[in-house]
Design a protein around this ligand. Structure first.
Ligand code: ADP
Ligand code: MG
Length: 680
């Protein structure tokens, strides 16, 4: 019978193919890149007498007796003895009747496992084993242990990898490039890692600083750079309507501002303004720390679109933030003759229909809203630019839905969670990046204090004093991720308690479940200083701007992530008052929580905090599943391998420009057809 057609170069049953697919292994090239987690030394037999508890070893021994014992649960115990007279206990907690039959007295096996000092002497629990005798050869290489999935044993996986490795593995990169980079060739690196020779130092191999690992890390980074650069080239070939600077609305707006742009803002604005003038769509990320003044730059970009006769959309992740943008910008822009529309998920149907009507007819120049705005079926008359505030909170899907609203409008994404340089260079390499690395003048740095929750009374006294002196404060409730209902309950409890404890202050409450009108009323009252202390859930995390509020208390700060703490803290320190952020924490602290609090206490620079966050959590977490369109890095570590990242970026440019065939072969090996370029 002919075996079923296999995507591999050797026969694979459908059941096995399914299991391999679970590991992302769909072709020979994937198996070649499926590298061991670790290696075991099965090349030697250790006499039982020389076994040391804690070590992993292989013994060859003969069964003396096997029993099913109940102590307290059912288990199979086998006593074995080797030729040196050493006796070892073997225990199986899970076993089949076939095991019992197998371990007949007099039969000889090899067992590999961790040695433990057991109840009755040395033992191994669930060792790997195979029937053997003195004639059974020992491997002459270290044995790889691969990442695997349920129902797929190491032996099967090893056999598959072995088959895939049978063919020669051509290098994708020319030898002279490798010499220049100081990296070994691909084939020997791969073979070394799958089958290290006996004299390979396992510790060095496992450190991942071994040249063979470095070669793989480099290749992986190069593939990422190449595919992102290719996506970027593709974009540059698309056509869209250019929106060149006309210095009409933009100039008028700049003149109307009560301040001059900072140098960093000016630089970012020049980059964006020039980009908008191109006939290919802009994809630019504007990043700047909380309070660095990104909104003004976004408004200028909208005005440049509008002075070219096009519409702009301004999208924010939360209703509070979208509405704040609308309330802040609509009036000054109206003074320049710009008509704004406001859309929200919770508007009355008739209001929303009217807003869509204004957008579809082209009567509105600028639309503000949450992403709800873009998930409906409404159409823009002539969308030229989309602004996505706090882009890290949007999914790739939403980004794409937005693009489809116009014929490739220009896009400006804004992020107050600074993307560490290495991440920007890797996962965001398809975007152009502008950075505002300077805060407007006159800001006083926020003083951060770590206070144990046991000293809550002192903190209350501090809040009272600050508000008595004419200041305002935020009280941020603990984050309850598991339940929105519990979160609401916590916020209401905190509000009730604080209102009772501080009867002389005007206390307000804002949380995510409130009706938008009610939410807006509270925010307006706080802004107008009709509220002294605002109890809030993390809805105030982004964008809220009340300069008179110079004190913030964050309860259960140990539960929050670094980015979130940094964002929250950015709500204070906006005026000329000395600002303080008190982080209340409950003990005992987990190690991660302690590390996070230390970082937030020691640093105020968002870029440094983001870098530390990357160190603590790794890029997968930082990017979240939101960016799941991007393949994660398996071998490269952005922190450890930053030199490789830089080299990969440079080589990717050269390679695409002069050797597209090499680029294509390299992408094919690493990314294949699985992750089409279109997914980026
Ligand atoms: P973010 O970058 O966090 O979105 P915003 O755009 O909300 O920051 O700006 C924070 C505050 O700083 C706003 O009140 C804004 O009006 C003000 N601002 C922006 N640019 C300047 C500047 N160049 N000089 C003084 N104040 C500025
Ligand atoms: Mg903002």
């Amino acid at each position: 019978m002919k075996p079923a057609a296999s995507p591999f170069s050797f026969p694979v049953s459908p059941a096995l193919a399914d299991k391999l697919a679970k590991l992302g292994l769909r072709r020979d090239a994937d198996l070649v890149l499926h590298l061991p987690l670790r290696w075991e030394d099965e090349t030697r037999l250790t006499p039982i007498r020389d076994l040391l508890p804690g070590a992993t070893a292989q013994v060859q021994a003969t069964v003396r007796e096997a029993n099913i014992a109940y102590r307290p649960r059912r288990m199979l115990t086998v006593t074995v003895e080797d030729t040196g007279g050493g006796v070892l206990g073997i225990r199986f907690l899970n076993f089949y009747p076939s095991h019992v039959k197998l371990f007949q007295p007099g039969q000889t096996f090899r067992f590999i496992g961790e040695v433990r000092g057991g109840f009755l002497g040395l033992e191994m629990v669930h060792p790997r084993f195979a029937k053997a005798d003195d004639a059974t050869p020992l491997p002459d290489q270290l044995t790889p242990v691969y990442p695997t999935t349920a129902g797929l044993g190491q032996a099967t996986l090893r056999r598959c990898v072995e088959r895939a490795l049978a063919a020669p593995i051509p290098d994708t990169l020319p030898a002279d490039w490798l010499a220049e980079l100081g990296l070994p060739d691909f084939e020997s690196s791969i073979r070394l890692l799958h089958r290290p020779p006996l004299d390979a130092a396992i510790a060095e191999l496992e450190s991942r600083r071994h040249p063979a690992w470095q070669r793989l890390a480099f290749d992986e980074l190069l593939a990422q750079q190449l595919s992102l650069a290719a996506a970027r080239r593709q974009r540059k070939q698309q056509r869209t309507r250019p929106l060149p600077p006309r210095a009409q609305l933009t100039t008028a707006f700049l003149r109307s501002l009560p301040f001059a742009l900072t140098r960093a803002q000016t630089r970012a604005w020049n980059e964006i303004s020039a980009d908008l003038g191109h006939s290919h769509p802009m994809r630019r990320l504007l990043q700047g720390d909380v309070g660095s003044g990104k909104t003004v730059i976004a408004a200028l970009a909208c005005l440049q679109a509008i002075e070219n006769g096009m519409q702009a959309a301004f999208m924010a992740p939360t209703e509070i933030l979208a509405e704040q943008h609308y309330r802040k910008l609509a009036a000054p822009l109206a003074a320049l003759g710009v008509k704004s529309a406001w859309m929200s998920g919770s508007q009355r149907k008739s209001e929303r229909a009217a807003a869509w009507q204004a957008i579809a007819s082209g009567e509105a120049d600028l639309a503000f809203g949450t992403h709800a705005l873009f998930q409906e079926n409404g159409a823009f008359a002539r969308l030229g630019l989309a602004i996505v505030d706090e882009q890290h909170r949007f999914g790739v899907g939403q980004r794409l839905a937005l693009i489809e609203k116009g014929s490739e409008p220009h896009q400006l994404m804004m992020s107050a969670t600074p993307i560490p340089r290495t991440l920007a260079m890797s996962f965001f390499a398809d975007l152009d990046v502008s950075t505002i690395d300077e805060l407007p003048p006159g800001r006083t740095p926020v003083v951060t204090k770590l206070v144990s929750a046991a000293r809550r009374d002192d903190v209350l006294a501090r809040v009272r004093a600050a508000c008595r002196e004419g200041g305002q404060a935020y009280w941020v409730c603990p984050l309850i991720e598991e339940s929105e209902k519990l979160q609401l309950q916590t916020a209401e409890d905190a509000y009730a308690t604080l209102a009772a404890q501080l009867p002389d202050l005007r206390v307000g409450l804002v949380h995510g479940r409130m009706k938008p009108d009610a939410k807006q009323a509270v925010m307006a009252a706080f802004q107008a200083h009709e509220i002294d202390l605002l109890v809030a859930t993390t809805v105030i995390e982004v964008g809220v701007d009340v300069p008179n509020a110079a004190l913030m208390i964050i309860e259960h700060a140990e539960r929050m992530g670094l980015a979130q703490l940094h964002q929250l803290r950015g709500r204070v320190g906006r005026g000329s008052r000395e600002s303080v952020c008190v982080l209340l924490y409950e003990t005992p602290l987990s190690e991660l929580a302690r590390a996070r609090l230390k970082v937030i206490f020691e640093h105020t620079d968002g870029f440094e905090i983001a870098r530390q966050d990357l160190l603590l959590r790794g890029p997968g977490e930082l990017l979240g599943h939101r960016q799941s369109g991007l393949p994660m890095l398996r071998f490269a570590d952005l922190e450890r391998d930053v030199h490789l990242l830089e080299a990969a970026r440079d080589l990717a440019r050269r390679c695409l420009a002069s050797h597209p065939d090499i680029a294509a072969a390299h992408i094919e090996r690493w990314i294949g057809r699985r992750e089409a370029l279109a997914s980026i």
